[in-house]
Write a protein that binds this ligand. Sequence first.
Ligand code: F6R
Length: 592
Amino acid sequence: MCGISSILSLNDDIMNDLIFSLERLEYRGYDSAGIAYLGTNSKLYRERAVGKIENLKEVVEKLNVKSNIGIGHTRWATHGKVTELNAHPHVCDGVAVVHNGIIENYQELKDKLITEGYVFESETDTEVISKLIAFHIKGGENFQSAFSSSLSKFVGTYAIVAICENEPNILLGAKMGSPMAIGLSNDQQNFHIASDAVALSSLTDKVTYLEEGDIVVAEKGKNLNYEIFNLNGEKVARDAIPNVVSLNDINQNGYESFMLKEIFEEVIVAKNTYDRFNCDIDIFKFRGISIIACGTSYYAGLLAKYWIEDIARIPVNVEIASEFRYKNPILPKDSLYVFVSQSGETIDTLCAMRLVKEAHINTVALVNVNNSSIAREADYVIQTVAGTEIGVASTKVFISQILSMLLMCVKKDSVDITTIEKNINIVLNKQHEFARIAEKIKNSRSLFYIGRGTNYPLSLEGALKIKELSYISAEGHPAGEIKHGPIAIVDESVHTIAIAPLDKHFKKTLSNSQEIFARNGKILLITTENARNLVSDFDKGDIDYIFLPNSDPLYYPFSITTAIHLVAYYTAKLKGGDVDKPRNLAKSVTVE
Ligand code: F6R
């Protein structure tokens, strides 16, 4: 949620790298983007543009900038509309800042600064940061001291980077609640501060993650030097670790979008997850399991609940992190707490985990991003080895999350990974069929996904993907619940995608589909080859089928996942939206 990047360099050609790193961060927000830099005359300049980074890039390319210090930002709007005035960096009296997070007491600070004569031009919380630093400098403090004094006044979360016209050789960064990674380029010519290692891929081989309350002070003399100070102002050393994000991870590799590339990677992700699965936790020692997550990761948890309860016979509680953390949860000590997150930065999941840790209970993180905040703070980490996921809507990581949770409750060699791989591949080869379904649903007034058992969480996932990428109002329901209310919406303009592979729920889901069909709703049935003969008695009419490969029902969720991801992909493509960056969203949700 908002990406920040910055460079302090011994050379005056930072602009390409700054824009490159911002482009890598675009998945964190793309409402607007901006940069501020000091020119070779040490004067502060700022450029901002509404929309994606390509708009900013167009402006910057024309300027032929020469600079050795600059900061950049890609915004996901929290306070204030998507306008150029609200775009970062925010500037005051030669100080420029970019910020990720929320300054909760900004109004109070703003009121005070207004009485000091400052005039605000944006609706953002961030503007108080630049103004407060400028205020402290005006009061006689140097840049670093003014920066620290300002931080001490903030309530909320932040990753902030700042530069100052009067001290052109200093780059400052601070982290509290929002992630921040730093690194020196291999040739020691550039020092970077950014939101994450993805921004620094190919720029630095090693990264250092700042800890809560840390301030980094980078200075340019003959060489580049930097120091890190903790919350108490003490100088501290933080480990530098290899930056494992490769250029290959962040390239589209010939696919027309990252989302399509990532859906096609679902096969290899399943294989890698299986091969590299490593978990020291014996879930059978626990009397209960709580899985806490948001969005797609939450749906992965809901699906795993069916497996764990069925196979391991351990009660599983699946909770939405933003609800869990504020409800005074009951925390039995003999339960296992698993926090599921692709990014490892989702603030609600992170805070829910901290709550459990405060009760002196061990926590397990199932995360995709190595060294993310959730991974670093958890007692145990299971990594979903899906590789970097760039498409804002999570796809391949879902496969890795559900397989990891299956492997937590069964013996590894009892899982037939070859069948899982083979069946996902078969689904990937049916692209034209998903394109056909997409053509049918693209103008739906509203869409239902229905399913029973594990097909219910998959219905939620399918509906979420449709709504976030195609902006069609879509709902996932347990097939048996439709007649308890949602069926009232059904008419000839509503499509229902029924997930009904040949399993113990097949007949019942088919009956529920008939109930919708009888009310003129249009049915699309995702089923399995072994049900071909069984669906032929379905009323003739506006019904379409997709037949997925047969397997043990335990493995259906894997091929169904790829199927629902492809349905969402092709529908979004037909609707003309940006599948990698759907409107209003961001990949890493670091605000509550
Ligand atoms: C949907 C999607 C989101 C995320 C959610 C949690 O396609 O990607 O719903 O699943 O924001 O994010 P993580 O898993 O990073 O905690």
